[in-house]
Structures are given as C-alpha cells and as structure tokens.
Write a protein that binds this ligand. Sequence first.
Ligand code: BGC
Length: 354
Amino acid sequence: MKRSKKDILAGFIILGTVFLLSGCSFPDQNRESKKNVTQEAGTEAVLKETGPKIGVSIYRYDDTFMKLYRSELKQYLEETYHAEVVMRNAGGNQETQNQQVNQFIADGCKGIIVNPVEVTAAGKLADAADEAGIPLIFINREPKGPEQQRWKREHMAVSSVGTDSRQAGSYQGQIILETPEKGDFNGDGVVSCAMLKGEEGEKDSEYRAEYAIKALKKGGMKVEELFSENGDWSRESGKKMAQEAFLQYGNKIEVMFCSNDAMANGALEAAKEAGLVPGKDVYLVGVDALQETVEHIKSGEIAGTVLNDYDGQARLAADTLIKMIDGEETETRYLVDYIKITAVSTFETLKGDD
Ligand code: BGC
C-alpha cells in the first residue's frame, strides 16, 4: 500500500506514543522459531515461512473505515508474521459472528481478532476462545469495563485495542472553537448544532457527540442542540439525516457534528443541495480523516476531522495477538490516540511533501 509522508509521519508519532504508554516493544521480525521447511511436490526442498493461522471477523465489510482497517490488518499480519489470515464478514449479524468465531476455533486458528457486531456479545466470544486456549483481541468497538476487568481477574488471554471516543469528540468541539466565529455565525452567542450519529446505542458516537458539546461549553460557548439522529455510519445515512435536518432547520444550523467522515461527506452533499455554502453558512466536522474528507478540508468545505489511526490500531492489535500466541503477558486494554486535523494542521503536516 502506497503511503504519503503524512501517513508515515503520523504513524510513527502514534506508534511511538502507544508503545511508550503500554511498555511494548517492536516484534522480532525474524521469528526464526516460527519458520517451517516445506517439501513441495516435484521441487527441491523449499524454505517457506509459515506463520500462525489467524481468524478475523469484521462487523460489516461495507463500513468505509473498517475497509481501510481490515486491509491494513491483513497486510501487516501477512508481511510481518507470515500469518495465514482468514477474514470473515459478519454482515451486521451477531449470530453470524458467533458462528464464525466457533469455526475459527474448530479450524485450528492460533489467534482470533473480532470487530464485534454488538459489544455485549464479547463475554460469550471471550469464553469460547478461552476454553479452547486461543488468544482473542477485540478491535474498534470496545467491550464494557467490567467485562475487561473479568479477563484480567480470570487471567484470560483476551484484550481490546481501540480508541477513546471522548477524545475524538473533544477535538471536534475544539476544531469549531478554532473557527473565526467559534461556530456562532449569527453572533447570537449560541452555537446551534445538529448531531449526526452512528448506530443507536453505539458508545463511540454517543461519546463523540457528548464531548463535542462539552468542549464547546468548556470554550465558553452556549450550545443549542437542534437536531440529533442515529444513522449507520454510512455516507448515505449521513446524507439522509442532513437532508432532514436542513429541511427542518435550514440555515439555523450553524454546526453539524458528524460521528464519522463517511457521514460528513454525505452531509456535505446535502448541504450543497440545500443551497448552503459549507464553511460560510454551516460548519461540518467529522472523524476518521478519510482521504476524501481531507480534500474537502483543504478546499474549506469541511471544517476539520479527527484522525482515527487505523494503521496504528491494526498493527498494535496484530503485535499484541502474536505476543499472546507466544505466551507473553499483555495488557487487557490498549488505546491509540486521535489527532486533530484542520486545514492549518493538514497544511503544516503536508508542507514537506513533494
Ligand atoms: C469509525 C467509524 C466506523 C465505526 C464502526 C468508528 O471508530 O470512526 O467510521 O464506522 O468505528 O464501528
């Protein structure tokens, strides 16, 4: 996968932070002990490195962010650990995901990575893997605190790699505070917002919305929440919710907080179709730093986003799983930092690029 200087730089900063915080070290990429000599039919003895078989279940393949995440995860596991990756789409169905995990166990996978459909299913999946003696890592959607404490208490080889969405929400609020009008276009002292959220009950989007507003208030602004609705993290649902919001409130909406960039990109289309000039009549802000959104930030149509570092998260999940497979002690919870991205910071980071 070709990477820009920005990606690489950001990757280094984030990986550095995480490894320092969690006391991890980079893996031994040689892993001599894991090399097998395989005799292939009709050939001389061939030295072929075969790493562990890893089962990965993703909550939905059509999630834009998880597409980037899973392709990095697969590539990193294959290139760094010569793993045989068995990747499955749970299609938004918890029962399907449970069956996939049971199949990974039956097929002799040495480690399992789960992006849960529902975090409440974590306990059952953790128990199944633990009983089979197979390490398991939850990614992206974090199981609840008491469940994580249980893994520690019961010395289970189960861990979670994720992010703190309160941080993402706070950065979204700060991005608006950094605009010339602090999000208050009409100067009435109140920031009138619309919240476009991900799946209902999903902690990430709840935290992002809550902490965006908290940050505005902390920055001295009064806030009025005109509209709040749940979608499914997709561009289409973002567009649909934004259409509804603009139909009801028109240019009364000064800031539209979108729980992710896919929805922000959809909301941008809706804003333009409603005859608004994004960046002049309304500020849009997202999370993830998808390439398309970063382009809209550079052109001034989206106020900012928050980098959700899928590279760092995928690598950390893979490294941690391999450590567990090797019988090493690991933490039960790892968090990767978000990074605030605005036109100014994007420009600063990209300045050195050719
Ligand atoms: C990402 C979203 C994604 C969601 C899936 C979030 O962390 O920001 O883009 O749809 O995870 O759970």
